[in-house]
Design a protein. Structure first.
Length: 94
């Protein structure tokens, strides 16, 4: 089943910029669902974005502007397009 976007979400530009796997900038962010040094979960205008890596930390967060910048070693970027299943711990140990 395709992910259903609301109209407001489609109006928000979404952009990823990854510099050398060490600095990630994301626009179109509406919420930071969770974060720690190994995983950051962001709600974006194009779905839930899960960033996995090591020593991740948020350098800049502006939900009003819809922007997040983080540093650390980025190992993967994954979009979850369907409804979220289970709690935080079940998603963490997938």
């Amino acid at each position: 089943m395709p992910y259903a976007y609301d109209e407001r979400a489609l109006e928000t530009a979404h952009k990823l910029t990854l510099d050398g796997r060490g600095r990630l900038s994301v626009s179109g962010v509406s919420d930071v669902e969770s974060f720690d040094e190994q995983m950051v979960v962001l709600s974006t205008s194009r779905g839930t974005l899960v960033v996995r890596g090591e020593q991740l930390h948020l350098e800049m967060l502006s939900l009003e502007g819809g922007e997040v910048r983080m540093e650390g070693q980025v190992d993967s970027l994954t979009y979850e397009t369907g409804p979220r299943e289970g709690g935080f711990l079940s998603r963490l140990f997938r």
